[in-house]
Design a protein. Structure first.
Length: 113
């Protein structure tokens, strides 16, 4: 499967962005979909996770500000990011989880005034 992430860009602190991840195949076939991020000089970290049944989990740093959702008909997963902070600056990656993880290319999010 191929994953295409988009929606990144430059936004001011307090602003919003919505990331999209379109899969080349059915996302319903995966156990879960996830968003990770990697900031400069830091390890990649899990941001949000949504199961095939729609259950969600978030890292403590984004809980209450980010929302992950999925549209199975469009084979797309979204990450709505509100109240963005400079520390949210990172490359965001989409991941499909099955017997192994499949990764898309990243999309850069920069939060700066």
């Amino acid at each position: 499967v191929q994953l295409q992430a988009s929606g990144g860009g430059l936004v001011q602190p307090g602003g919003s962005l919505r990331l999209s991840c379109v899969a080349s195949g059915s996302i319903s076939s995966f156990n879960a979909m996830a968003w990770y991020r990697q900031a400069p000089g830091k390890q990649r970290e899990l941001v949000a996770h949504i199961t095939s049944g729609g259950s969600t989990e978030y890292s403590e740093s984004v809980k209450g500000r980010f929302t992950v959702s999925r549209d199975n008909a469009k084979d797309t997963v979204y990450l709505q990011m509100d109240s963005l902070k400079p520390e949210d600056t990172a490359v965001y990656y989409c991941c499909a989880i099955a017997y192994r993880s499949f990764w898309g290319q990243g999309t850069l999010v920069t939060v700066s005034s």
